[in-house]
Design a protein around this ligand. Structure first.
Ligand SMILES: O=c1ccn([C@@H]2O[C@H](COP(=O)(O)O)[C@@H](O)[C@H]2O)c(=O)[nH]1
Length: 231
């Protein structure tokens, strides 16, 4: 069976737990995601540990955000690990995004538009002209123009972003919660089925899977539901 287009966020406190989760979910999902918690604690070794024998696609979610020269060096440093996807913050601007794209030619650079934890009322406080849908659309268009081939947005904006950037760009949506699940610190959320129906290519799902007593079964259940809901 083809693995579902899900990136499981391995936000674990230790490497053993992350590798165990990766082993349990990889029969069911296309991708595992390494974020700041794991990478800052264990460094580059974490990539091989979670990739394991399955060779599952690894998404390195470091959300780089600095001047272009620094991001170029950082992207070059991690490019040798061959992550399939590497994130940068769109707010770093076009020159920074371009620097990441040029430094990691074998990795897809995904620009994070507006964090899914931010609600409409937060945007003014961080100096971003809203509404969120408009800010995401603006940042998405700028990022693609700068060479990003993937974008991170919430499921709320995914259909508008798809209309803006067309079909060639990979749309990645965190802020995904199965029906009835707690949204926790996520503000702009939708179900996996809705996110996919609205045009997402890859759903980022962490705690609803890894917080389950059986992460493998939780991933399998979401994957099966997505298959059932396919048009
Ligand atoms: O806008 C963003 C960008 C990245 N993330 C990351 O996705 C996961 C979500 O985990 P959940 O447990 O499903 O909430 C996490 O690793 C974030 O760093 C995001 O949530 N929003």
């Amino acid at each position: 069976m083809t693995p579902a287009p899900i990136a499981v966020a391995l936000d674990a406190p230790d490497l053993e737990t992350a590798a165990r989760w990766a082993g349990l979910v990889t029969p069911h999902v296309s991708t595992v995601k390494v974020g700041l918690e794991l990478y800052l604690r264990y460094g580059p070794d974490v990539i091989a540990s979670v990739r394991g024998a399955s060779g599952v696609q690894v998404f390195l979610d470091l959300k780089l955000h600095d001047i272009p020269n620094t991001v170029s060096g950082a992207a070059k440093a991690v490019a040798r690990l061959r992550p399939a996807i590497l994130t940068v913050h769109a707010a770093g601007g076009p020159a920074m995004i371009r620097a990441a794209v040029e430094a990691a030619p074998h990795t897809q650079i995904a620009a994070v538009t507006v964090l899914t934890s931010l609600a409409e009322e937060d945007l003014g406080r961080i100096g971003l002209a809203g509404p969120a849908g408009e800010a995401v659309r603006r940042l998405a268009a700028m990022s693609v123009e700068a060479g990003a081939t993937a974008l991170v947005c919430s499921p709320h904006e995914v259909s508008a972003v798809r209309a803006e950037v067309g079909t060639g760009i990979t749309l990645i949506t965190p802020g995904v919660r199965p029906i009835g699940a707690d949204s926790q610190d996520q503000a702009r959320v939708a179900t996996p089925e809705q996110a996919l129906a609205d045009g997402a290519d890859l759903l980022v799902i962490g705690r609803p899977i890894t917080g389950s007593p059986d992460p493998g079964a939780a991933a399998a259940a979401i994957a099966a539901s997505l298959r059932r809901n396919q048009p």
